[in-house]
Design a protein around this ligand. Sequence first.
Ligand SMILES: Cc1cc2nc3c(=O)[nH]c(=O)nc-3n(C[C@H](O)[C@H](O)[C@H](O)COP(=O)(O)OP(=O)(O)OC[C@H]3O[C@@H](n4cnc5c(N)ncnc54)[C@H](O)[C@@H]3O)c2cc1C
Length: 448
Amino acid sequence: MKKADVVILGGMAGINAGISCRRHYPDKSVLLIREQATVLVPCAIPYVFGTLGEMGKNVIPDSLLQSNEIELIKGSATNVDRPNRVVTLADGQTVGYEKLVFATGSLPLVPPIPGIEKENVFSVDKKYEYLSAVREEVNKAKDIVIIGGGFIGMEFADECRKDRDVNVTVIELLPHCLQLAMDDEYCEEAESALRNAGVDIITSEKVVEILGNDRVAAVKLASGKEIKADLVILGLGAVPNTNLAKEAGLELGFRNAIRVNRHMQTLTDPDIFACGDCAERVSFFDGSPSGVMLASVATAEARIAGANLFSRTHYNKGTISVFSTMINGRAFAAAGISERQARAAGCEIIVGRATAPDTHPAGMPGSSPIDLKLIFAKDTRVLLGGGLSGGKSTGEKVNVISACILHRMTVDDIVTFQMGTHPALTPSPIVYPLVNAACQCVTPLKGT
Ligand SMILES: Cc1cc2nc3c(=O)[nH]c(=O)nc-3n(C[C@H](O)[C@H](O)[C@H](O)COP(=O)(O)OP(=O)(O)OC[C@H]3O[C@@H](n4cnc5c(N)ncnc54)[C@H](O)[C@@H]3O)c2cc1C
């Protein structure tokens, strides 16, 4: 029987947990059991349908494992014998471990809509071969319907329209696309960017049936309307992939995710850790269960898990939820709690919003306008969240907001924030949107 000090089951988060373990414990042997022959960069999956043009450009290279001296077995783990610390693979191979990490990820959510099993209805599975087949069908399609207007559905819609003469319709149950993550003004701007790319968007509508014989021909909405479709993509979220963990007797919690403590150690077995989409998450703000599934969270947890395998090194402060997306050339991003979420939870808040070009002056080449909003708790003046739209720098600006949230910065901290600025690279220091949005909050706070 093969043996390793640390055995990891998984893909992207698994690789990260392995690298973190090697960094902290260079003397320990690490072995990754991975059911995928090739691991895709999950976040760039929509882009193989347009911008990237081919699957081969969207692969996490195995050289990352070699350079970190992580052994790889390609195969599916089918059993974990905890008393004897042995993992069995589908081909009968067995591997012994001292510590085991579950990073088995998530599977796409496929709701029981009548007709969902019809040919040419695809979920967003992260498997290379599956997505290659979807790509071929997308290239032949004339009428694509995307069910779900979250960031994955919107990115797919945008990419499916690139260089293709195809009708694309997004159907969203809520009044706005992106509504679970962003405030209305950004949702509306994103919808309008997607419409400008030639995509139809139908909101406040539920798909009740997928019509056709063996193959999809249309989707039927609750209003009775039928939308022609020869291909359907389901962008409805994901659920933790934890059957193996359950069979191994590990306790599952919220949405059947593996229960872990703040060190990513399972509550059931001190020698088994879990990280990524399969692990249970709690909110940074109040410790309540969080259903957020993001690669950024998965890799942070993986770094924590890998570091804590043989001693307690890192602590998980909970999920802030930071995300960004790009629709038809305009970027949208959010971190923490949106204004809508804060008001729904009954928080007393104060909101500041500022706009500025992301260069100074605006006439510098490649300049884009930024629209940024910050949400502070009224009593403590602590930053709860932020949203923004803008050009490419949006992706890093939202990460600055996340850092401010993580360190519980107040209005006053951000008003006195010292930023580096450059005409070609940043907004002017006079109208720097992060700072100016906080400045908007100072006067009303004084008066209340
Ligand atoms: C289309 C799309 C776009 C996204 N875009 C973004 C984005 O822009 N930003 C962002 O932060 N997040 C994004 N996400 C979310 C992100 O992809 C996930 O949060 C991330 O992939 C989670 O990583 P993970 O390693 O935990 O799980 P997964 O990526 O699901 O990997 C789990 C791996 O474990 C393997 N596995 C499962 N069971 C076994 C077993 N028994 N034995 C061996 N191996 C096993 C699976 O085959 C899989 O390779 C996106 C997701 C999708 C689908």
